[in-house]
Write a protein that binds this ligand. Structure first.
Ligand code: HEC
Length: 198
């Protein structure tokens, strides 16, 4: 047992290092974010928050992440999902929706990548209208389907490839699309702050 000191030294340094890496270092990063209070993600509006709720309720997180990895640890930079995520990107997120599964693409910058409302509505109504091979489920229950020769409502969208078929988005669908368009975490937080001050 004369080598007990190696065991004690090894154990103590492992614990000390772990505390430093997994408790203190993240804590310091969080303090930094809060003091600066700047984020590429502006505070969510009421409708965007409602859409965020719809996102949680419909299990979108089981197939979509909202975290872009640094080029040193993955190939994310080749997918067009924007710059690597920063802690400040999540300053308004409660709870955060980082996600761990990527059956579908990351959505960190979907608002910049796909800014068309109609695209999102048609895609939620039936992804295969726009992406033939898509395995994303339909969320058609968020839409009212109407057959008509003319547009039945101001916000009605014609279904391509179907004669006189229209969909009218529910409030939930409108909110979900507003949330999608608000996700623009490909911007530089400092530039966003300057913009909003002007
Ligand atoms: C079973 C897995 C699955 C679920 C659940 C799912 N998606 Fe998807 N999603 C996909 C796949 C796969 C794609 C890529 C094909 C496509 O564009 O349809 C995709 C694509 C997308 C896109 C387009 C991304 C791009 O880069 O063009 C958006 C936006 C999206 N999903 C949002 C959602 C939202 C919001 C929900 C919840 C209401 C949801 N998804 C639920 C699998 C899923």
């Amino acid at each position: 047992m004369n080598k007990a000191y190696i065991f004690i030294l090894g154990g103590t340094s492992t614990i000390t290092l772990s505390i430093f890496l997994f408790v203190l270092a993240p804590r310091v990063q969080i303090i930094d974010v809060n003091e600066k209070g700047i984020s590429a993600q502006e505070p969510y509006s009421e409708i965007e928050l409602k859409g965020r709720q719809t996102y949680m309720e419909n299990g979108c997180i089981y197939c979509h992440s909202q975290q872009v990895r640094d080029p040193s640890v993955g190939a994310d930079k080749y997918f067009g999902w924007g710059r690597p995520s920063k802690p400040s990107d999540y300053i308004h997120d409660e709870p955060h929706l980082l996600g761990t599964m990527r059956t579908g693409p990351d959505l960190s910058n979907i608002g910049s990548r796909q800014p068309s409302k109609d695209w999102h509505h048609l895609h939620f109504y039936n992804p295969r209208i726009l992406v033939k091979w898509s395995i994303m489920p339909r969320f058609s229950f968020l839409y009212e389907e109407i057959s008509s020769n003319e547009s039945p409502a101001e916000n009605a969208i014609r279904v391509p490839g179907e004669e006189s078929q229209w969909i009218i988005p529910s409030q939930e669908a409108e909110a979900l699309v507003a949330y999608m368009l608000s996700l623009r975490r490909d911007r530089d937080p400092e530039a966003v702050q300057k913009e909003s001050k002007q």
